[in-house]
Design a protein around this ligand. Sequence first.
Ligand code: GTP
Ligand code: MG
Length: 453
Amino acid sequence: MSDTIVAQSTPHGVSAIALIRVSGQACSQLLPRVIHHPSASNPQPRHATFSRFYDLEGNFIDELVWIFYPAESSYTGEPLVEWMPHGNPLICKKIMDVCCALGCRVAEPGEFTQRAYLNGKLNISQVEAVLDLIHAQSDRALFYARKQLTGESGNLIKGIVRDLTSIRAEIEAYIDFPEDELPPEDQEGPMKKIQRILDRLDQYHASARCREAIQNGIDTLIIGAPNVGKSSLMNALVGHRRALVSPLAGTTRDYLVEQTFIGDYLINLIDTAGLNPESNDQIETEGIQQTLDLVQRASFFLVVLDSTQTPPVLPDSVIQYLNPSNTLILENKVDLPTSIQMPDYLPHFPHIRISTLDRKSIHTLKEQWKERIADDLETRDEESVMFNLRQSEFIRKAHNELTEAQTLLRSGGGSELAAFHLIEASDALLQVNERIDNEDVLDDLFKRFCIGK
Ligand SMILES: Nc1nc2c(ncn2[C@@H]2O[C@H](COP(=O)(O)OP(=O)(O)OP(=O)(O)O)[C@@H](O)[C@H]2O)c(=O)[nH]1
Ligand SMILES: [Mg+2]
């Protein structure tokens, strides 16, 4: 029997109400010692009761609401009690002390969720979803975390594993019944089915990049020549004067990062030093080098042009990272009479004419930008499910195994070996949601939780 754990699930500090959770077999013995009421000896499951909480010397600690959850209907899969005292850190500490005096131990981060996993209440992808849900910073991130928590991604993978089992049965027919009974062209069927699964796995693997971007924000770089209005754009987008703006070229040296929303996408907006190939100023040159480094890590680009000036030639080290779906060309300063349209500058890229001084054009920019992100991340489809980076590794492994199986079947032999690769693929897929074989990965996952979850 594992020990009984206790932790405060609400943040430490003063609040109207706090929540302290106790999970483990000792809950039933503990209750009557601190709640001097008959209801504590035979608690009604999942029922809120208002009582006085006493310490072991019989001192009255607080009036609180408490709920008892039996193992079969608790978060952890063990008997669990929730105390909801007044949110005074001193009261919370006393309650924790009393629980510890009665044999509880203070929980490690994520230990309640770890027990839920060990007791089969949550599978591993749901554990990750709980973590994502707690840390989600945007509506989009919440949406995908909720989808994962309800087990939708798990069902998709389970479906594929089931399909793989039946394909394997078809292939294995060749092992048990030699060539004369089954013509070799019958392998066409299994091969087609494997191809359909490969296509789906491709799609799932690609979704991991989008999931990361949605979860942590889309790193978006504002780049361009000096003085074109990059910092003015940053300020217009975040809605306050974050970056210094001046008519002098080379104002921004160090890059600046600020978070903002475009629709319900979280954006990590990065204002950079203007790209000036002729600079002899050492600090400016360092700033430019930083910009070039950032280009390699960013996911989205706003290339700002001064539409009253000849547009710059961007270095190849930048151009190679830009494509029409991850970049917007912003022809800025359209309020000036000398502004001209620049359709020939990177002609295959979408252009938007803006003035950072004009709110309406910034609004238009945001609308078009939102559409681009949705296209780039393929998040238009509300049905889509996204996998995280850990899961996508197993999806890739399954993909490799199935490709091997397909190559073997195509070459007209090796049914036995092909069946083996199908088993390996199923095994990798099971690790997407159901279980993690690597203890270190598991430990690492639970460490990322807060105490009390
Ligand atoms: N008329 C007009 N002026 C603008 C517009 N956007 C920016 N400016 C002006 O252009 C000058 C340069 O703006 P910044 O935002 O500092 O330009 P930057 O690209 O960040 O410049 P560096 O940091 O030096 O690379 C400032 O005087 C701004 O007021 C615009 O839309 N219209
Ligand atoms: Mg600037």
